[in-house]
Design a protein around this ligand. Structure first.
Ligand SMILES: Nc1ncnc2c1ncn2[C@@H]1O[C@H](COP(=O)(O)OP(=O)(O)O)[C@@H](O)[C@H]1O
Ligand SMILES: [Mg+2]
Length: 277
């Protein structure tokens, strides 16, 4: 069974005339780490909301773990399986104290009180936030707040986690904290759909798709996508800095490996080159 199976999905907002998702088909495997790239307005958030049933699927079909979102009676199950984390760390907290915030999701789903404590333990551990259980959420850093938002999503025990630009408002340290938690969760088996416009975040994905005007215009491994070079600008995206520098060095005649995607790989590659000189 697939984590998510989308067939010929089209969507327009009520009272709007144009479609913002256009005949889109996509399959996400269980355990996959999928990165969704695309410029503002390309339909990424709309797609995320359709997948977990926050928006109605009227045209085409979406199945989450085999369950269609078309039938309203299924939406409870779908939402339980798809945890969502949004962009703004300040908008996602519903309670003052961290543990109450994490308890909110499972409580709403009717998880018995005796089990809620276990869910909080599990979610805090998974996000490396155990030390903050009794802290006030609003006093945490952006990265910590997003980890609590992830913990809140995890407390519902979803099999799929969708992050909609969840690192966009964080400083570099906060981004690193959140990304390492997400990577670990994926390694432990959770399916991740990460929406971002940071190209360098796409490096950790198994597969990258590029959305443009409600369609998937490219997909491939991070390496394949970054190799598109200047073609990316047609979709409002930029080549990652490390790849740009690598390309420039190649043009200048340096025998630098084509596999360089990240700044770490670039510095290693440069070290190797200069040792040879
Ligand atoms: N609630 C809404 N009502 C009407 N149009 C919307 C709404 N939300 C988004 N849109 C429009 O849908 C398109 C896709 O938006 P969105 O899915 O938010 O893109 P992205 O997340 O890639 O920036 C945009 O043209 C946007 O203006
Ligand atoms: Mg968006």
């Amino acid at each position: 069974m697939k984590a998510v199976e989308i067939k010929n999905l089209s969507f327009k907002y009520e009272e709007e005339t144009s479609f913002v998702i256009n005949n889109l088909s996509l399959t996400v495997e269980k355990g996959e780490f999928l990165c969704v790239l695309g410029e503002n307005g390309s339909g990424k958030s709309t797609l995320a909301r359709l997948i977990n049933g926050l928006l109605p699927c009227t045209d085409g079909e979406i199945k989450v773990l085999g369950v269609s979102t078309k039938n309203k009676a299924n939406l409870y199950e779908v939402r339980k399986n798809v945890g969502m984390v949004f962009q703004n760390p300040d908008n996602q907290m519903v309670a003052t104290i961290v543990e109450d915030d994490i308890a909110f999701g499972p409580e709403n789903l009717g998880v018995p009180p005796a089990e809620i404590g276990e869910r909080i333990d599990f979610a805090l551990k998974a996000t490396d936030m155990e030390a903050f259980r009794y802290h006030q959420g609003q006093r945490l850093s952006g990265g910590q707040k997003q980890r609590i938002a992830i913990a809140g999503a995890l407390a519902v025990k979803p099999q799929i986690l969708i992050l909609d630009e969840s690192t966009a408002m964080l400083d570099p340290k906060g981004r690193r904290e959140v990304l390492s938690v997400v990577k670990k969760l994926n390694e432990e088996g959770i399916t991740v759909i990460a929406i971002t416009h940071y190209m360098d975040e796409a490096v950790m994905a198994d597969r990258v798709i590029i959305m443009h005007r409600g369609e998937i215009v490219k997909q491939g491994t991070p390496h394949e996508i970054f190799s598109l070079g200047s073609e990316l600008s047609a979709y409002g995206l930029e080549v990652p800095r490390a790849v740009y520098i690598k390309n420039e060095l190649k043009k200048a005649g340096l025998p630098i490996s084509d596999n360089v995607l990240t700044e770490n790989e670039l510095s290693l590659e440069l070290c190797k080159l200069f040792q040879k000189v």
